[in-house]
Design a protein around this ligand. Structure first.
Ligand code: CTP
Length: 376
């Protein structure tokens, strides 16, 4: 253990010290670990905090709720608690563990352990850094694998040769961190990375896990450098063939906006790509509507959300003002005018198209144009 090199932001100090003091009373070592240590060292904001205990976690989860209010969830598989405090802080409280992988890309089998093993099971040196939370040596650094050295040098480095095989999501994670922080893959890590891609390790992952990693990339503050790396190292094809960053994505700020633009960029296969991601139904449907309008290039029959309109305006910056409003007439209006059967849908489609092109503005315009269609 060495002197503190990471300074804990003042706003988190009180809570972390109290957790450390309680753990000390129980005789349980408590450590701040993972991305939060990295981010505190880099002076970056984070509300996601991982704390590892060398002992039972439950009393500490209860302490958090008693002291600061919030909700807790238990993940039985790893005995982890996720506590969301009322002040917005998210704490993952975990018992230090050792992991073994029964077969490549499987979820690990875990057993309780001490902090060094817990750091060794992690993805990269830069995320395998712990600082003590016990009051007597608060913030003292435990950095057995060179986290500080690699953060200073800008290296993404795995901790052992089988790391990518154990968990191929690390291939995506490596490029996400490299792109986010402007880091490079350390030479030996890069060699193993290339081998892992050549051996198609990402195919060992379920589609859900690939999708989750890809969505995390789209949630980055600036995903473009990550895309450049994904493409350079041949990982994008494992997400979906011919996927690439499209310049219009620079306008977007959120994951759904970026995803919608990507889906539309895949001429003809956007729908298949969207479905393959197995996202929540509501999001899939919202993006599907954008794709429909994009492909048909005609005004919608329903009211579009602000999200849908924003994305479509980026895709079609020159649209007439009413193009994204619901079509000025409905099927019933046409029925009332004596339209029947397939003439109704043909006339509706025609009017949606005319409205998209700015050629009609009112229901009267639309009806007049519909009447001019051939009777059969
Ligand atoms: N971790 C790992 N292998 C994975 C996923 C996570 O070793 N496949 C470890 C890393 O130590 C990581 C920590 O679990 O720091 C927390 O995971 P996560 O929240 O996904 O990573 P962060 O580093 O916090 O990433 P971000 O900054 O994007 O939240």
């Amino acid at each position: 253990m060495s002197k503190p090199t990471v300074s804990v932001p003042n706003k988190h100090k009180e809570i972390l010290l109290a957790i450390g003091a309680y753990a000390q009373k129980l005789g349980t070592r408590a450590w701040l670990v993972g991305g939060a240590v990295r981010d505190f060292y880099l002076k970056k904001e984070t509300l996601d905090i991982d704390i590892t205990f060398e002992g039972n976690v439950e009393p500490l989860a209860n302490l958090c709720l008693r002291n600061w209010g919030g909700t807790k969830r238990k993940f039985t598989q790893f005995g982890t608690y996720r506590v969301e405090l009322e002040n917005g802080l998210k704490l993952d409280l975990v018992r230090a563990r050792k992991e073994s992988y029964p077969h490549p890309a499987a979820l690990p089998v875990v057993e309780p352990s001490v902090i060094k093993d817990d750091l060794f099971r992690r993805d990269f040196t830069v995320n395998a850094w712990a600082i003590s939370l016990w009051p007597q040596d608060f913030a003292a650094s435990f950095d057995p694998f060179g986290a500080q050295r690699d953060i200073d040098g800008g290296w993404v480095r795995i901790l052992h040769d089988k790391s990518f095989l154990d968990d191929p999501t690390r291939l995506f994670r490596a490029l996400r961190f490299a792109g986010r922080f402007g880091w490079k893959l350390a030479p030996e890590t890069e060699a193993l990375f290339k081998e892992a891609v050549a051996q198609q390790y990402p195919l060992l992952l379920t589609r859900e896990r690939v999708s989750r990693e890809f969505i995390k990339i789209l949630e980055e503050k600036n995903p473009q450098p990550v895309f450049v790396l994904l493409s350079q190292y041949g990982l994008l094809d494992f997400v979906y063939p011919s996927l690439q960053w499209v310049p219009v994505m620079s306008k977007a700020h959120t994951m759904p906006q970026r995803l919608a633009l990507l889906v539309c960029s895949l001429e003809g296969s956007g729908q298949e790509f969207l479905k393959s991601l197995r996202l929540p139904k509501e999001l899939t449907q919202e993006i599907q509507v954008i794709l429909d309008v994009y492909e048909m290039r005609r005004s919608p029959l329903t009211v579009l959300t602000d999200f849908q309109k924003t994305v479509l305006k980026w895709l079609f910056p020159q649209l007439p003002p009413q193009a994204l409003e619901p079509c000025v007439i409905r099927g019933n209006d046409l029925k009332n005018q004596g339209f029947t059967g397939s003439r109704i849908s043909a006339a509706l489609e025609y009017c949606c198209k005319l409205q998209w092109e700015g050629k009609i503005h009112t229901a009267q315009d639309a009806l007049a144009r519909a009447e001019s269609l051939p009777k059969k």
